[in-house]
Design a protein around this ligand. Structure first.
Ligand code: TRP
Ligand code: SF4
Length: 328
């Protein structure tokens, strides 16, 4: 039997996970657990790069992220699940990589420029924020990952990681493999206002939402903007509620709504109620596990600790090699 390929990925703990996170990343991670040697971590140091002024809930969000992961189906038996800041070697490798990373590589990074423009309510002219991708490179190569499952927005960071690896290996000898991007399909899910689903836009449905909360959020969803009255025929092709039906309703209902919307036989209120019910039913098992793990913080922390043990072994061995290569 050949060894499974190792993959590494992380998420910043900025709040509970929503359907965009689930369909955009987590579902993909869950499906890779059988075929890859998976290291998944909660990137709490990365959360600090932009939220350093407001750190009060970082620990809460960190445990909550593990609860969401477990509830959705990440398994601590199959994958190595841990918290970034518990493995101090990430910071040591970050420091060492920072010595060899030219700052123009970082200033040129498109994500860096975008974020500075977008998050203009935060002062991001910090050393830590500029160095974000160097820390990310350390996260990845410390486990000698061959692949990194991420969305398209992270591609420049993985490219930079590969450049840093080439430079390191050139200067000190071949220690690290160059990781490949394993591109995750973009989330097919938009927020209630049809923008990208995001906590900061207040347009998200969360994995842990109650049926009532789901019903309320769904009732606020924008439908076919051309359809003012129930007697107007609608167009499901431009309706976000219909996209959700495609995921959460069975195919006969999807076909019926497709017809009945176009012939104005169904109103949006009724259509949304059916969708909300099916969505809520689909999330029920996740919601139940969420309640279970939320009530057992010690169990969750134990699971993180066992992942941490395994991650620490690998990270420690890599750092020993790195120190030898650099002769420090
Ligand atoms: N930057 C990633 C994001 O915002 C999170 C992350 C941190 C990450 N370290 C990583 C992803 C290492 C993959 C590998 O989504
Ligand atoms: Fe969308 Fe359903 Fe309204 Fe048609 S009936 S516009 S599919 S919400």
């Amino acid at each position: 039997m050949t060894e499974k390929k190792r993959i590494v990925s992380g998420m910043r703990p900025t709040g509970p996970l929503h359907l965009g996170n689930y369909h955009g990343a987590l579902e993909n991670w869950i499906s890779m657990q059988n075929d890859y040697d998976c290291f998944f971590f909660i990137a709490d140091w990365h959360a600090l790069t932009s939220d350093y002024e407001d750190t009060g809930r970082t620990r809460e969000f960190t445990r909550q992220m593990m609860v969401d992961w477990l509830s959705a189906g990440l398994s601590p038996e199959q994958s190595t699940l841990f918290v970034q800041s518990h493995i101090k070697e990430h910071a040591e490798l970050f420091l060492l990589l920072s010595m060899i990373t030219p700052t123009p590589w970082l200033e040129r990074n498109p994500t860096y420029k975008d974020q500075i423009d977008q998050l203009n309510n935060k002062d991001l002219s910090t050393f830590g924020f500029l160095g974000y991708p160097v820390l990310q490179a350390a996260d990845i190569i410390i486990y000698k990952a061959e692949g990194v499952p991420v969305g398209i927005d992270q591609v420049p960071h993985i490219e930079l990681t590969r450049e840093i690896v080439r430079r390191f290996n050139y200067l000190y000898g071949p220690v690290f493999p160059e990781p490949q991007t394993i591109l995750t399909k973009m989330a097919k899910i938009l927020g209630t206002d049809r923008r990208k689903m995001s906590k900061s836009y207040h347009n998200a449905i969360y994995l842990s939402d109650t049926p009532d909360a789901i019903m309320k959020t769904v009732s606020q969803m924008i439908t076919d903007p051309q359809r003012a009255r129930k007697s107007d025929p609608g167009n499901p092709d431009v309706c976000n509620v219909f996209e959700f039906h495609r995921i959460y309703s069975d195919s006969s209902l999807v076909a019926a709504i497709n017809d009945d919307c176009r012939s104005a036989k169904i109103g949006c209120v009724e259509c949304k109620k059916m969708m909300a019910k099916n969505l809520s039913d689909a999330l029920a098992p996740i919601r139940e596990k969420n309640a279970y793990y939320t009530a057992r913080p010690d169990l969750v922390d134990d699971m993180l600790a066992s992942g941490e043990k395994k991650a620490a072994q690998v990270a420690g061995a890599t750092l020993a090699e790195v120190r030898a290569a650099i002769k420090i």
